[in-house]
Ligand binder design. Structure first.
Ligand code: ATP
Ligand code: MG
Length: 756
């Protein structure tokens, strides 16, 4: 071992080994927070400082652009300013794009080619699908987009597709569509994200001289988050590093969370085969988290069967236990997190060091709404803010036209969304008429639908649409905003469009729309709700302000925060319903790895929350805590329940004599027998365990009747935060009908009233 220079003294021995062993393949395989990324950064700086290579002779791949920026900055500091640019430091995409510019002509592109985004891609695919007379409804272009992505991630060109791949779209037309799509892209001088690496891989394979040029150039190759590389990335890297073999990859098999995007954890496991004689460095000391957080995460991941297994320890001082907080419902969850953050802030904790990590994008809504209310600055990372997402904007546009027929922008957004065959020409006609008659666009459309100005088809379609608007406007007077939205989504064909869409994003969009309906349930009138959203959208606080970060667990990989909140740990939310429906052990284990990633983001405090009830489509869903909660080792967690009304559904109904597993559905893991009392309690709710939906006013509401607030009786005088004082006139489960002194008769949830 060489002498360790002073600037590396902060690193531990194995980290130093990884830094100083510059020659030959190195695999750094270690758990979260053990300093893998730090070691990689130092290694890069070391190579530069020692002048073993010029920065331009090093290839360094990070998982996100942000990580690349950070690394660039740190290497600059560590290498004492010896860094003259680092042209090949970035994500696979950014490096691939840069390389392809230099060799574009080899795949018949020009060097100024454009990279199309997913929207452009979809538009292009739609055209192609139509041109080829494929039934769009049966074979949605989105599905083809998903397949293309999958094929490209696997490094497959049209000729490489397997029989199964070929059959997977439009009765065997997939391969032909792939070919046509590629040809069309070339004619547009464009490529998609998947092409950035696939084109380069093809070039390397066909043009040995180009490959050799890069093999020669890159004296050192470094890769972070290697466990999440997909096949095409792997093949591309392997070709480049094959000659010199100075490749250092770092990763953690327990943090492989992108298999749904084609990542293959096997890549890290076969590294030693690909590069025989690789030095394997294991890091075991965690520098990030308190012993409690570390032990909780390590205990959880032990439930996975498919892992290499590793030891982690820390000598950081003891901290708080991981808190498990049970709340009544979603709004209370958001309220509780908001309060906790305000307390942290008052104790001097910087908001930059607070993160809320969610499983699914739709979960951000409740927090956004709450934070706006209490004036807490937040930022959504790696995704749009809830009300900015395209499907939410579409739905809002419908609602805006209903509430305000003169809202031309809103009308323009949805007159042909979902597609109903109204094109630009129809829109132009409408605009003309509107301008001339000084009418709102929607009124112009209505007018036009009564004339021969539009061709018959467009006219009929427009008439149908306008009839719907009349209908919806009437409904708006009679039903709740959320029921109105449900009708709009159904009548307009929006729901059907999403259902037909088999791409992975479609499910997320549908979830977001359900969440929008949930948000609307808190509002009496459509106007109130629209105003609320306008205010939320306006909340673009100064960017230099300290902010709480809200992001998905996936996006949080590699990051760390002093305080981490993990809401929604309920079966069906996390693990996600999709992973449960797929049912395979593999998908459940990937969810568990995600849980491990999430917990290990926390440096000092980690709070996990689960709600007893979620509202979906105006129906109460009684949820049970995530199995991951039960899998956390008891000695490192502290549970608390802070429910409005004092208890959860299952607590109210628990009785020792019941068979706690009577309601365990088949899909439950067989390990349920080993669960602690909390889990058993949850299962013994008297409901079916799997996302029982108890519909208001329906027969099944009777099952709710078992859990009313026992302190409230008919005739009681109560106080409701919104409607004031009133008398209870009927009680059905947790729903009360109350004759309010001012607001009239309303149906409310019992947890929102107090005895007066
Ligand atoms: P993840 O698996 O989450 O990506 P990682 O293994 O890449 O984690 P790092 O992010 O590099 O870990 O390091 C975690 C934290 O530990 C960082 O705050 C880093 O500054 C600190 N750290 C790393 N190495 C040391 C060390 N030798 N001494 C003290 N602190 C260290
Ligand atoms: Mg890292």
């Amino acid at each position: 071992m060489q002498n360790v220079p002073e600037w590396l003294a902060r690193l531990n021995q194995p980290q130093c080994d990884a830094v100083m062993t510059t020659e030959g393949p190195v695999l750094m395989l270690a758990g979260a927070g053990t300093g893998k990324t730090s070691a990689l950064t130092h290694r890069l700086a070391h190579i530069v400082r020692e002048r073993r290579a010029w920065p331009s002779e090093i290839l360094c791949v990070t998982f996100t652009n942000k990580a690349a920026r950070e690394m660039r900055e740190r290497v600059g500091k560590l290498s004492g300013g010896a860094l003259e640019g680092m042209p090949w430091l970035g994500t696979f995409h950014s490096i691939g794009a840069k390389m392809l510019r230099r060799h574009a002509e080899l795949v018949n592109l020009k060097s100024n080619y454009t990279i199309i985004d997913t929207d452009d891609q979809l538009r292009l695919l739609k055209t192609l699908v139509r041109e080829n007379e494929i039934d769009e409804k049966r074979w949605p272009p989105r599905q083809l987009a998903g397949l293309l992505d999958n094929w490209k991630n696997r490094g497959l060109n049209p000729d490489d597709l397997t029989a199964v791949d070929k059959e997977s779209y439009a009765n065997g037309k997939g391969q032909e569509m792939y070919r046509l799509y590629q040809a069309r892209l070339i004619s547009l001088n464009a490529c998609d994200f998947g092409d950035l690496l696939l084109h380069m891989l093809n070039i390397f394979r066909k043009h040995r001289d180009v490959l050799e040029q890069y093999q020669q150039r890159f004296k050192y190759v470094l890769v972070d988050e290697y466990q999440d590389t997909n096949a095409v990335q792997y093949l591309w890297l392997r070709l480049i590093a094959q000659k010199r073999k100075n490749i250092c990859v770092v990763g953690d098999d327990d943090q492989s969370i992108y298999s749904w995007r084609g990542a293959e954890v096997a890549n890290i496991l076969r590294f030693e085969k690909d590069f025989p004689g690789a030095k394997v460095v294991k890091l075991e000391q965690n520098y990030r988290s308190t012993p409690q957080i570390l032990a909780a995460a390590s205990g959880l991941i032990q439930s996975n069967s498919q892992r290499l297994g590793k030891t982690l320890w820390t000598d950081l001082p003891a901290g708080d236990k991981v808190r498990i907080v049970g709340v009544w419902d979603g709004p209370e969850e958001a309220r509780r997190v908001g309060e906790d953050i305000e307390r942290l802030e008052s104790e001097g904790a910087p908001l930059e060091q607070v993160a809320i990590l969610v499983r699914a994008q739709y979960q951000t809504r409740e927090f956004e709404d709450r934070f706006i209310q209490i004036g807490l600055s937040y930022r959504i990372v790696g995704g749009f803010r809830f009300y900015e997402r395209s499907e939410i904007r579409d739905a809002m546009a419908y609602l805006r036209v209903i509430a305000q027929p003169a809202d031309d922008l809103a009308f323009e957004r949805i007159y042909n969304q979902p597609k109903r065959g109204l094109g630009a020409k129809t829109l132009e006609k409408m605009y003309q008429h509107a301008r001339r008659q000084r009418l709102p666009l929607a009124a112009a459309a209505l007018d036009l639908a009564d004339t021969d100005e539009l061709p018959a088809r467009a006219r009929n379609t427009t008439a149908d649409l306008m009839r719907l608007f009349v209908q919806w406007r009437e409904m708006a007077e009679a039903v709740t905003p959320s029921d109105l939205l449900r009708a709009v989504l159904e009548d307009s064909g929006y729901d059907a469009m999403l259902k037909a869409d088999r791409s992975p994003e479609a499910a997320g969009r549908a979830e977001n729309l359900v969440e929008l309906q949930r948000a609307m349930e808190d509002y009496e009138t459509l106007g109130d709700f629209l105003e609320h959203v306008a205010l939320v959208m306006d909340n673009d606080a100064a960017s230099d302000e300290e902010k709480v970060t809200i992001m998905t667990m996936h996006a949080a990989k590699g990051l760390e925060f002093d305080n981490v909140f993990l809401p929604g740990w309920e079966e069906g939310v996390f693990p996600s319903q999709r992973s449960l429906d797929e049912g395979g052990l593999a998908s459940l284990e990937e969810e568990r790895r995600l849980a491990y990633v999430a917990i290990t983001r926390a440096r000092r405090r980690c709070t996990i929350l689960h709600a007893a009830n979620r509202r979906i489509y105006g129906q109460w869903t009684s949820s049970i805590p995530s199995r991951f909660v039960e899998e956390l080792p008891e000695e490192f967690i502290a549970s608390e329940t802070t429910m409005t009304g004092g208890r959860s559904l299952w607590q109210a109904n628990w009785s020792e004599s019941e068979d706690p597993f009577a309601h365990v559905s088949q899909s439950r893991p067989d390990r349920s027998q080993q669960r602690g009392p909390g889990w058993q309690r949850a299962l013994a709710t008297g409901y079916e365990t799997k996302q029982t939906r108890v519909k208001e006013n329906s027969r099944s509401a009777a099952s709710f009747a078992a859990n009313p607030r026992v302190d409230i009786a008919l005739g009681d005088r109560v106080f409701h935060e919104k409607f004031g004082y009133g008398e209870v006139i009927s009680q059905e489960g947790n729903k009360l009908e109350i004759e309010f002194e001012k607001a009239g008769t309303k149906r409310v949830i019992d947890s929102f009233v107090t005895l007066a």
